[in-house]
Ligand binder design. Structure first.
Ligand SMILES: Nc1nc2c(ncn2[C@@H]2O[C@H](COP(=O)(O)OP(=O)(O)OP(=O)(O)O)[C@@H](O)[C@H]2O)c(=O)[nH]1
Ligand SMILES: [Mg+2]
Length: 487
């Protein structure tokens, strides 16, 4: 729906052509479009009656009604609005909101029809994205959410940026203008255009905020992520925890916008873990005088690899024979709390290990102070035991599924092999292949961008944590060298 001549019929004709519904591209001025089929329409180059067409696009069926823009046929538009699920309001970007657009917009308001605004004629002399958007805000009293930005305007118009995916689509220059079917899709990260990248990032952040204002669930998601992820360390560094690169970027941006803090986002770090390969024991004897009283406690702790279920936060505590019963229950509690605390505070959580309380002796009458001391010293003895053990670094291993067309399957598989991925299965789903694989998280940096350029944006993927797996010795050495700044 729109003012006369905004380009509804032309846009419809393009949709039919690009979706494969028609084989030739009709033109209003030549009088050969699909939806302007009446003789009078073809002669005058205007739409007089609404015409409905149905076509398929990316697995969706679209029922489209091309309505007339002339004021005399307003009733035709009203008729269509009664049966529609949604409307696309087409605007001439050099004119903004024109009179008849205002009329049909109000009609759509009356019928509570959701709307998409399409700024057409961005190539025309005098086209202005900013002015057109401003006119939508002012005249229609609407709050548009910007989903695309133009690249260039009027004579320089050559493409658009997808605000959500941060990809750009650029058509060939006007000189060798064809039917518009050929274009180049690239991630903005691969394009050296700092101004465009900044505008696109700003637009995306503004969009996230607008959606958060409209949708409570979405807002909670964004804010909840933020507060949970803000994990401060004693140093000048703050660790942001997130599920992926985009997640981290958004949190980083919110810190700037909402707290006014200029921060530098360091490279992404993987949450590695460490485990031990053999059993070791350490004895710690403590003898302290606090006030008048002497506290003496000896603790012997052992640690050994744990072969059972993965236990990330709760350690497995075992007692050596005869120890359990001989321990006063307060001391037992103190020891167990000590072991649990030392687990939770460890910088790199040590999973897959069990702690053995091998021996413990204390003076006869234990009081609260000796218990507290025991708790603290558990940490020291555990650290001593761990130091003696042979260690093994574990890395997060992800389950992944890539859905890709047959023609790009080879490229995706070759790329996964380079990322230390192992392919478990390749299934067929409709026209696509689904690759089921596992791959270390450390190899997945920038994967979404890379996959897009590898498959011209046709593939999709999902990723979830599967387990922690032992790294090979060369991989471990490379990682440790990198972490200690040797390479
Ligand atoms: N430069 C330029 N011209 C366009 C564009 N889209 C449409 N036109 C031209 O604008 C004129 C009107 O296009 P139509 O598609 O008939 O417009 P309409 O909205 O269907 O008009 P009515 O049905 O009469 O309301 C035609 O001459 C088109 O060739 C565009 O993106 N750029
Ligand atoms: Mg028309």
């Amino acid at each position: 729906m729109a003012h006369i001549d905004a380009g509804k019929t032309t846009t419809t004709e393009r949709m039919l052509y690009y979706s494969g519904y028609t084989r030739t591209l009709g033109d209003v001025d030549d009088g050969d479009t699909v939806t302007d089929f009446m003789a009078q329409e073809r002669e005058r180059g205007i739409t007089i009656q609404s015409a409905a067409v149905t076509f398929d696009w990316k697995g969706y069926r679209i029922n489209l009604i091309d309505t007339p823009g002339h004021v005399d046929f307003t009733l035709e538009v009203e008729r269509s609005l009664r049966v529609l699920d949604g409307a696309v309001a087409v605007f001439d970007a050099s004119a903004g909101v024109e009179a008849q657009s205002l009329t049909v917009w109000r009609q759509a308001d009356k019928h509570h029809i959701p709307r998409i605004c399409f700024l057409n004629k961005m190539d025309k002399n005098g086209a202005s994205f900013t002015l057109a958007v401003e006119s939508i805000k002012q005249k229609l009293k609407a709050k548009p959410l910007l989903l695309q930005l133009p690249i260039g305007e009027a004579k320089t118009f050559r493409g658009i940026v997808d605000v959500v995916t941060q990809d750009q689509i650029v058509w060939r220059s006007a000189a060798d203008l064809d039917d518009g079917k050929t274009f180049e899709l690239k991630s903005l990260k691969e394009v050296n255009d700092p101004d465009l990248l900044r505008n696109a990032t700003d637009a995306r952040n503004a969009l996230i905020e607008q959606v958060a204002d409209l949708d409570d669930e979405f807002a909670e998601l964004v804010l909840g992520d933020f507060s949970e992820s803000f994990d401060s360390l004693p140093s000048e560094e703050t660790i942001l925890c997130g599920m992926g690169e985009l997640h981290i970027e958004i949190i980083h941006d919110r810190i700037k916008r909402e707290y006014g803090l200029e921060t530098y986002l360091g490279p992404l770090q993987i949450a590695y873990r460490e485990t031990i390969q053999n059993s070791v024991r350490a004895i710690d004897a403590l003898d302290r005088t606090i006030g008048e009283k002497r506290h003496q406690v000896t603790i012997e702790l052992g640690v050994r690899p744990w072969m059972g279920e993965m236990s990330a936060t709760a350690p497995v505590i075992e007692y050596a024979e005869n120890i359990y019963d001989s321990l006063q229950s307060e001391l037992r509690e103190a020891i167990e709390t000590g072991i649990n605390n030392s687990y939770l505070q460890a910088a790199a959580p040590c999973s897959l290990a069990a702690v053995l309380v091998a021996g413990c002796g204390a003076q006869k009458s234990l009081d609260k102070v000796s218990c507290a001391i025991s708790k603290q010293d558990i940490d020291i003895s555990k650290a001593q035991a761990l130091k003696k053990a042979d260690k093994q670094v574990l890395e997060p291993l992800m389950n992944m599924e890539v859905t890709v067309g047959e023609d790009h399957l080879g490229a995706v598989l070759a790329d996964l092999a380079q990322r230390r991925g192992s392919i478990q299965e390749i299934q067929s789903r409709q026209d696509n292949k689904v690759v089921i694989a596992s791959v270390p998280l450390a190899e997945m940096m920038g994967y979404s961008t890379h996959l897009r350029s590898l498959t011209s944006g046709t593939a999709t993927f999902t990723l979830e944590l599967a387990s922690y797996q032992a790294m090979s010795l060369p991989e471990q050495t490379a990682l440790l060298n990198k972490r200690s700044g040797l390479v």
